[in-house]
Design a protein around this ligand. Structure first.
Ligand code: TRP
Length: 336
């Protein structure tokens, strides 16, 4: 069991659909490992998902469960890790308001992830809520005084923004918060099966953690390889091959051998892909088994979310007491 003296992790995801292999090597693998070393909190950031889905909120409820199941399937242990729903912790909203006074509009406008996401969504006049989500993310990270934030590389500007806010708060009022560090996984930018873009649900180039054995095989058979290899014994160029990229991520032991035989033209792309599909399915099989348990009993997922959210709320309440005191907002002694 986690004890109180352990350092904390807070990280999480927007509930906008299924998690995929890019999430796995970018951050989930780290989270599964580190949950045994840190008191770990995973936030399902439904309010943040609203910033881009406020016109269809009904979609989010389903995705909250989907992300929770992906966490449990990948090996997050609800006995030691706290999984919580952002909108159910009102203290996060409260903290966001206080923090919003410590951040300038220009800092937010220059945040590279905000810029690229607004371009991607085709926004030219962004909402206050979308512009400000890094401030709310700072509240996510600090409500439990997290030390470490394992994330994909696109999240680095947000962790940096959080550090600035924590530093400013500590200097201006009282030393309440640690300055959290980011931690990026071994493959911060896994390419999609199109071989062109980062793996992403919206680009239709993802292999999902919940894909079946057949889906994985099919998707890997469609994955781009070196276009110069027309016949099986043409010499290959692994450095430009997506399948080779995936071997590095999911089959590291065989990489030297694969590189050599690809360059020599002694293995064909099809057998190279079959080998890879075997490895990916080996990784996903235990996840499928764990997922089946939760698919068969949705109540279990609900319980995990209720327990995690309740625990997080208690901690958030404690932190808010300190925040209010530091900010001279604790007017009456009876105040909770
Ligand atoms: N912005 C993250 C994403 O898009 C999700 C997120 C919300 C998050 N709050 C967080 C990540 C706090 C790390 C820490 O996936």
């Amino acid at each position: 069991m986690a004890n109180d003296k352990q350092k904390r992790i807070l990280t999480g995801d927007r509930p906008t659909g299924k998690l995929h292999l890019g999430h796995y090597v970018g951050t989930l693998k780290n989270r599964v490992k580190l949950q045994h070393e840190y008191d770990t909190f995973l936030i399902i950031a439904d309010v943040q998902a609203l910033t881009t889905n406020f016109d269809r909120p009904e979609k989010i409820a389903n995705d909250v469960k989907q992300v929770a199941k992906d966490y449990l399937a990948v090996g997050i242990d609800p006995e030691i890790t706290t999984i919580l729903i952002q909108s159910m912790i009102p203290e996060i909203a409260e903290l966001t308001i206080y923090y919003s006074m410590m951040v300038t509009v220009n800092q937010l406008k220059h945040n590279p992830t905000i810029k690229s996401e607004s371009a991607q969504y085709g926004y030219n006049d962004i909402t206050y809520g979308f512009l400000g989500y890094p401030v709310s993310q700072a509240a996510d990270i600090t409500f439990c005084k997290a030390h470490l934030v394992p994330v994909g590389s696109d999240q680095l500007p947000h962790v940096e923004q959080t550090r600035r806010i924590a530093r400013k708060f500590n200097q201006m009022y009282a030393p309440v918060f640690p300055e959290p560090e980011a931690l990026v996984g071994d493959f911060p930018r896994l390419v999609g099966i199109d071989g062109e873009n980062k793996m992403s649900k919206s680009l239709n180039n993802a292999i999902f953690l919940s894909d079946t054995f057949e889906e994985v095989n099919k998707k890997l058979m469609e994955t781009k390889t070196d276009p110069a290899r027309i016949r099986k014994d043409d010499p290959g160029h692994p450095e430009i091959c997506t399948v080779y990229e995936y071997h590095k991520a999911f089959n590291i032991e065989e990489v030297p051998e694969i590189e050599e035989s690809c360059k020599a033209g002694s293995i064909g792309c099809v057998s190279c892909k079959k080998n890879l599909a075997g490895k990916v399915n080996e990784l996903l099989e235990p996840m499928r088994e764990r997922r089946a348990k939760y698919d068969n009993n949705e109540k279990l997922v609900e319980e995990v979310l209720i327990n995690g959210t309740n625990k997080a709320r208690e901690i958030a309440g404690e932190t808010m007491k300190e925040v209010r005191e530091a900010m001279h907002l604790n007017y009456f002694s009876f105040q909770g």
